[in-house]
Ligand binder design. Structure first.
Ligand code: GLU
Length: 470
């Protein structure tokens, strides 16, 4: 099987609604979306909900919301619809049944009535012998067949030939498995629902999927899928198994503490979707350069499967925070301003947009997430509690007198305050530190002259006054 296809590119992300879709899963979704966009293709979202015992209420909605939030809305899917729907597997049961009947008639599937107890016993025997479990084909033996009307499953008969099942994985290279290591897996369950294997293969074919890009935990399933494709006499898609996303130390699975949260949680913590996209793209992909921050159009242009790495990716939240800060700094304050709705401290509600823009200009450099905005800016909107016990508080009246006649341009403020430092025989740093504390209530704040300029004459003098009487 070759890695090039003349088919139009159609890719899918096929999550099961069995729990919270976290950022590791979204990495797979993003890679599919990027590959679709890179090729002018189609990105399909398919909900694989055939394991009825593991369904989690609300999980499907969270999956849809995560795609929208990350800005990778599917072209076809349960919400969008499309010509290949329905896109929810539980709504496609008739299709699976029809296809299973076809394989049953051709002998690729066979009926199995074995009880869970019998299968458990077989499993235990295999375990004791240190072997992988393989169904012993009991129900194929003459005389062991049950009643076709009685509950049973349909198993796939692993053929003797070919002796190996192999494929050229677009990421992992050539891979193969000996057929004799494969188990006659269940394709259709007794409740009439297909297993993951059967539904996944039928849908990838019927939805004309050109490339299957999924996490490499699914590697053991791929030989089974290829055999199903062969049994149907269908051309399989190109497989590309994506490296696992591990925690920051690279030796264990990503945990909640390491950042295995949902995309919506990250957005609520003040990350930009474009920063999340650039960060997620780096989990298992690079374009061979040293570039660290990518705009989404750059990702789309540069994303190719041959640059997806084989080795596991490390998820480092600190890097995400750094990257978010870099991306926020790349915007002009006027571009970032509309993105900050809802992030300002409550007291900013009445401030004019021009004032907020000026404040943003002073703190943008230091913002790493949008959530830091209130902490960095609240003193621009609310008078601080006048700080007590200021060193050299006796200078405050002279400072006020000096600023009284300033026109509050940065240059004028600087000239006057430097001259005052001379008159007082004070170190400029000492004087400026005092003013900063008096008017902002803190020791670290943006540059003093810019801060005074933005606060303006009235507010600055009011605060100085409060500090000297406070
Ligand atoms: N339903 C599987 C999952 O939950 C899909 C795996 C695949 O992409 O084939 O990830």
């Amino acid at each position: 099987m070759s890695n090039t296809t003349s088919q139009p590119v159609r890719v899918r992300f096929a999550p099961s609604p069995t729990g919270l879709l976290h950022i590791g899963g979204m990495r797979s979704a993003l890679f599919n979306w990027l590959w679709a966009r890179h090729n002018g293709g189609v990105f399909v979202l398919r909900l694989e909900d055939t394991d009825r015992t593991r369904l989690v209420e609300g999980a499907a909605e969270q999956i849809y919301a995560s795609h929208d939030a990350l800005g990778i809305t599917p072209d076809e899917g349960p919400v969008q619809g499309g010509a290949y729907g329905p896109y929810v597997q539980s709504e496609r049961l008739d299709l699976y049944r029809e296809h299973a009947d076809r394989l049953l008639a051709g002998g690729a599937l066979y009926r199995c009535w074995c009880t869970p107890e019998r299968l458990d016993a077989l499993r235990q025997t295999a375990q004791k012998a240190g072997q992988a479990f393989k169904y012993d084909r009991h129900c194929l033996q003459p005389g062991n067949q049950g009643d076709p009307a009685a509950p049973h499953v349909l198993r796939f008969m692993i053929p003797d030939a070919p002796a190996t099942v192999g494929w050229d994985d677009a990421v992992r290279g050539h891979l193969e498995v000996a057929s004799r290591e494969l188990d006659d897996f269940v394709a259709l369950k007794a409740d009439g629902f297909p297993t993951y294997h059967l539904a996944n293969v039928i849908d990838d074919h019927l939805m004309a999927i050109s490339h299957v890009m999924r996490a490499d935990e699914w590697l053991p399933s791929t030989p089974k899928h290829l055999l199903l494709f062969a049994a149907f006499a269908w051309e399989p898609p190109i497989y590309a198994h994506l490296p696992a996303v591990l925690g920051p130390t690279g030796n264990k699975k990503l945990s909640k503490r390491d950042g295995a949260k949902s995309v919506t949680e990250y957005l609520e913590e003040g990350y930009l979707p474009e920063a999340l996209r650039s960060f997620l793209a780096s989990l298992g992909w690079n374009d061979g350069s040293t570039q660290e921050v990518y705009t989404t159009p750059e990702l789309i242009t540069n994303f190719t499967l041959d640059r997806v790495q084989k080795s596991p990716a490390k998820f480092d939240q600190e890097r995400l925070m750094w990257l978010n800060g870099v991306m926020m700094r790349q915007y002009a304050p006027s571009e970032l301003l509309p993105r900050l709705e809802g992030w300002w401290p409550p007291a900013a509600a009445n401030a004019p947009a021009s004032y907020r823009l000026a404040v943003l200009g002073l703190v943008q450099e230091r913002l790493k997430t949008l959530a830091e905005l209130p902490e960095l800016t609240d003193f621009f909107f609310t008078d601080p509690t006048p700080p007590a016990g200021l060193e050299h508080a006796d200078w405050l009246p002279q400072i006020a007198a000096t600023l009284e006649s300033s026109n509050f341009t940065e240059a004028d403020l600087e000239t006057r305050l430097r001259a005052l430092a001379n008159t007082l025989d004070a170190k400029p740093g000492q004087l400026f530190g005092l003013i900063r504390q008096a008017i902002t209530g803190r020791t670290a704040a943006p540059g003093l002259f810019e801060t005074l300029h933005v606060l303006g004459h009235g507010v600055s003098l009011r605060r100085l006054q409060a500090a000297s009487t406070g």
